[in-house]
Design a protein around this ligand. Structure first.
Ligand code: ADP
Ligand code: 5GP
Length: 193
């Protein structure tokens, strides 16, 4: 295993922020530079989009199954976001811990803050979009959401932005490469030295 993992102070990170702020794009940029990083695969009840694979992008499941798993205590955290359930399974943290990975959760704000309560050692990172207009452009430009879903996500974003000061780190995603550098430095631990 490379030196980053051995020298790091902790191996648990949460990347959060409004839908469309660039969380997944930034994560992929960081992952290209830190191969031992891995993302938890969340469970969701939302419909699978074109190109998404069950067990890779999400564990897709029915509302009944999701609720059964809630009742079984299988989730570390879960939320209802835009009329669908999303949640992090305890088994995901166990799986990636077993593999010795640096673990990253890419989740919305309520789940992120709940996770931080449960795992105070986790470093939480909030990705800030440069402006509301640019956030709209990115969601629309990504082409994955209906107009109604876009409006819902922008409304949720306003509430999410109000929580940014509760995070350990805030990073503006205007210039992508600069944002990737900043998140890379946080995960590598260089920003604290
Ligand atoms: P999230 O994971 O937060 O929902 P994505 O990573 O899917 O967001 O990014 C939303 C869209 O914005 C994508 O089409 C992505 O290519 C684009 N994007 C991300 N970061 C930037 C940036 N810094 N400048 C311009 N476009 C960006
Ligand atoms: P999407 O439908 O675009 O895949 O995800 C919608 C939102 O749900 C995004 O902000 C995403 O980060 C968040 N999300 C994905 N998985 C989880 C999870 O397990 N828990 C929480 N709290 N949010 C999640």
């Amino acid at each position: 295993m490379s030196s980053i993992l051995q020298e790091k102070r902790n191996n648990l990170f949460v990347i959060s922020g409004p839908s469309g702020s660039g969380k997944n794009t930034v994560y992929e940029g960081v992952r290209a530079r830190i191969p031992e990083i891995a993302q938890t695969i969340s469970a969701t009840t939302r419909a699978k989009r074109d190109g998404e694979i069950d067990g890779v992008d999400y564990y897709f499941m029915s509302v009944e199954e999701f609720r059964r798993r809630i009742d079984n205590g299988e989730f570390i955290e879960y939320v209802n976001y835009g009329h669908n359930y999303y949640g992090t399974l305890k088994s995901e943290i166990a799986r990636l811990t077993e593999l010795g990975r640096i673990i990253v959760l890419i989740i919305e704000v309520n789940g992120a803050l709940r996770f931080k309560e449960l795992f105070p050692e986790a470093q939480t990172i909030f990705i800030i979009p440069p402006s509301a207009e640019e956030l709209r452009r990115r969601i629309v430009g990504r082409g994955q959401n209906t107009d109604a879903e876009t409006e819902t996500r922008l409304n949720i974003a306003v509430k999410e932005m109000a929580n940014k000061d509760k995070y350990d780190h805030c990073v503006i995603n205007d210039d992508l490469d600069q944002c990737i550098d900043e998140v890379y430095n946080i995960i590598k631990g260089d920003d604290q030295e």
